[in-house]
Design a protein around this ligand. Structure first.
Ligand SMILES: [Zn+2]
Length: 254
């Protein structure tokens, strides 16, 4: 069976791990990952192992090479259990890109610029072919804050935004002042949870700054306020979240 890439940017390395997008779900989301493994070879092998039940549409190598493993019209298995905007089958809604990087287990090695250039080129290419709103270009950690930390707090979201990819505002500077943290209860916590849920995070609005809230705040920081990822909702974190919501497109239909 022949496999044709959806873009001239990629070379093919087909994985058997894919299925139908459920209920004919259209693609409207792009999810970025790091591989979290020591080598690209190990990651490619796992992503095409029929016993591993994982795959993705694209892999971007450290030297900037791009590999396509699953066609875009197929449902790849990269998102796993997760939630965004109340939707849980994100594999059916998304295209998944794995970026070769050892990640937290390898002490967060920097992403080489040539690799980021290829991520940008690939994302731009995908965005020309699918109606994906900027605020639906997400980190794996955004949709699964309790399980995942990729692509990590060193991933250059600001640079992608400058290239026209994703939703982003300049993070509010870190300063002193009032903050919310684990164990707090009450209306301010509920208001914070409601803002996170409004933006898209899967979080219960229960007025209790519990472990799940801490994990969602850490995921938010990994994407939008990378200078300090500690799960504490300091003034900078809350202001950045507020600014981000204010910067959403007016006719937000998702
Ligand atoms: Zn991932």
């Amino acid at each position: 069976m022949s496999f044709a890439c959806d873009t001239d940017l990629a070379r093919p390395l087909p994985s058997p791990n894919h299925g139908e997008r459920r209920d004919g779900r259209k693609i409207d989301c792009l999810i970025l990952h790091y591989t979290g493994m020591a080598t690209a070879e190990a990651a490619l092998s796992r992503l095409s192992d029929p016993n591993a039940d994982v795959s993705c549409h694209y892999v971007v190598l450290e030297d900037g090479g791009i590999i396509q493993m699953v066609n875009e019209d197929r449902r790849a298995w990269h998102a796993g259990a997760g939630v965004w905007k109340g939707e849980s089958d994100l594999n059916s809604a998304s295209i998944g890109i794995e970026i070769v990087n050892y990640g937290h287990d390898g002490n967060l090695p920097a992403y080489p610029q040539q690799q980021i250039n290829s991520v940008i080129a690939l994302c731009r290419d995908i965005l020309t072919r699918h109606a994906i709103a900027p605020q639906r270009v997400l980190a794996h950690s955004d949709i699964a804050p309790a399980r995942k930390r990729d692509p990590g707090e060193h991933f250059p979201w600001a640079q992608l935004h400058q290239a026209g990819i994703g939703h982003y505002v300049a993070p509010s500077p870190i300063s002193g002042g009032r903050f919310l943290a684990r164990g707090e209860q009450g209306q301010p916590v509920a208001a914070l949870q409601a803002m996170l849920a409004l933006y898209g995070y899967g979080i219960e609005v229960n007025g209790s700054y519990d472990l799940a809230t801490e994990q969602v705040i850490a995921a938010f920081q990994r994407h939008f306020r990378q200078e300090r990822v500690d799960g504490v909702a300091d003034a900078s974190t809350i202001t950045t979240l507020r600014d981000l919501i204010a910067a959403l497109p007016v006719s937000q239909s998702d």
